[in-house]
Design a protein around this ligand. Structure first.
Ligand code: PSV
Ligand code: MN
Ligand code: MN
Length: 431
């Protein structure tokens, strides 16, 4: 029998029940915005154009260093992951792209994979390489590093994997490679802090040389973990300096969880925009470190402040500004599909709130050193409930007014659980 899918009629029925209240709330918000000189319809249009990529590994249960508790009906391969990504986009209408991780998503027929995604209206965004794990049958181990390893043969193997990732990405229609390495050390004195970076940059040069003309490479930094004494690319400073040396195709990716607590991430974003090196984002939220919690679930104000910088850059038409958006989360206590829909909505919310900041008033307050006045301009936007506007955007693009409620009512997970019986070993590729 044909695999289960959620029909357009089902979504229309769901929406019919909520439409009255949603429209009423939307008109109320529209009146508020009109008083502030903001065109609500133009905002809805902007929101419908917003898109963020779903990571293929995000549709499986993540797991921690200690355990993984798989949920029912988890996707067993990348084709099934695409099915789940399709449902996320069908209901929430904010995730038209998928970001694959290699070799987890390696298949024989990349053209078939691309076609399947396209049939669901999904494109492939940046491909992520993986030299932080040893794969079955791999000749040399990454236990002591990959692109920065002391042994040239290991570095060559890591370079070759990245070049193969570019090749696969090409077949999928991707235009960027994201490189995060786990390289670092656990003991003071274990490795030369200088030589590791030299070796990393030299290896990255080879990867950059293999990029097609219209491709970019995103360098992803992270301050610690799995290495706990030193990390080769720990911060945006190192990432930026490396990107400068690697030339115009190299950019710095900001994963929101990859900074020390209390670091001013929005300022880092502004700096990277200023120096034309902002690659884009891995969105998630964090309290302690690389927690990979759901976007906007801990500190939605910080997310808004990041988008405030992005909108500022967009308005100024900052040169070279073209950030790639992806979610990078680990779902341990929720249904990943629900988490990813909600995260995409939180991103749209931060985006819409940043769009309604009165930029002229903000600038006037800044220029006259009215500290509180400037702050209140941001707060006014941040405390505006734009939910009806986001619902209107979904309604107009065929999505569900309340995506999570619709998803639960559809019985999607239970249906998939029947079609996808758990098979031993299917956790591979889902971290
Ligand atoms: C590393 O913590 C990271 O954020 C990188 O983006 C990896 O590719 C991803 O997690 C995989 O789990
Ligand atoms: Mn990441
Ligand atoms: Mn991470």
């Amino acid at each position: 029998s044909a695999p289960f899918s959620i029909s357009a009629d089902f979504i229309a029925d769901h929406n019919a029940r909520l439409d009255g209240a949603t429209t009423e709330d939307y008109h109320a918000l529209e009146r508020t915005l009109t008083r502030r000189g903001i065109d609500a319809e133009a905002l809805v249009r902007k929101v419908t154009e917003f898109g963020v990529a779903i990571p293929t590994w995000g549709v499986g249960t993540g797991g921690t260093r200690f355990a993984r508790f798989p949920g029912p009906g988890e996707p067993r391969n990348v084709f099934e992951k695409i099915d789940d990504c399709a449902v996320i986009h069908q209901l929430a209408r904010a995730t038209p792209a998928v970001s694959p991780h290699l070799p987890w998503d390696k298949v024989d027929d990349n053209a078939a994979l691309r076609e399947k995604a396209a049939a669901h209206g999904l494109a492939f965004d940046a491909v992520n390489s993986n030299t932080f794990q040893d794969q079955p049958g791999q000749a040399l181990s990454y236990k002591f590093g990959s692109l920065s390893h002391t042994d040239k043969a290991v570095r060559d193997q890591a370079v070759a994997h990245n070049i193969e990732s570019i090749e696969i990405g090409r077949k999928l229609g991707s235009k960027a490679l994201t490189v995060w390495i786990a390289d670092g050390s656990n003991f003071a004195g274990q490795s030369s802090l200088t030589k590791v970076l030299d070796r990393y940059i030299d290896a990255m040069r080879e990867i950059v040389a293999a990029l097609p003309a219209d491709w970019r490479v995103f360098l992803e930094h992270k301050f610690f973990e799995p290495a706990f004494y030193s990390t080769v690319i720990p911060d945006w400073g190192t990432s930026f300096a490396a990107a400068q040396e690697l030339g115009p195709k190299a950019y710095c990716l900001v994963d929101l969880g990859h900074h020390a607590p209390n670091v001013n991430i929005e300022q880092i974003v502004a700096r990277l925009v200023r120096f034309k090196k902002l690659a884009g984002f891995h969105f998630n939220d964090s309290r302690y470190g690389d927690d990979d919690l759901d976007t906007g679930s801990v500190d939605p104000f910080r997310l808004f402040l990041v988008f405030n910088e992005l909108i500022d850059a967009e308005r100024r038409k900052a040169e070279g500004f073209a950030p790639a958006y992806m979610i990078d989360q680990s779902h341990n206590v929720t249904d990943p599909i629900e988490s990813l829909m909600q995260s995409a909505i939180e991103l749209q919310r931060a985006y819409a709130q940043a769009l309604i900041v009165d930029r002229a008033a903000l600038e006037a307050a800044q220029e006259t050193n009215d500290a509180l006045g400037a702050h209140l301009e941001l707060k006014r936007a941040f405390t505006t409930d734009v939910s009806p506007l986001l619902a209107a955007a979904r309604l107009r693009t065929g999505g569900a007014i309340a995506p999570i409620a619709a998803y639960r009512a559809s019985g999607y997970r239970a249906q998939r659980a029947k079609e996808r019986p758990a098979v031993a070993g299917t956790s591979a590729g889902i971290v």
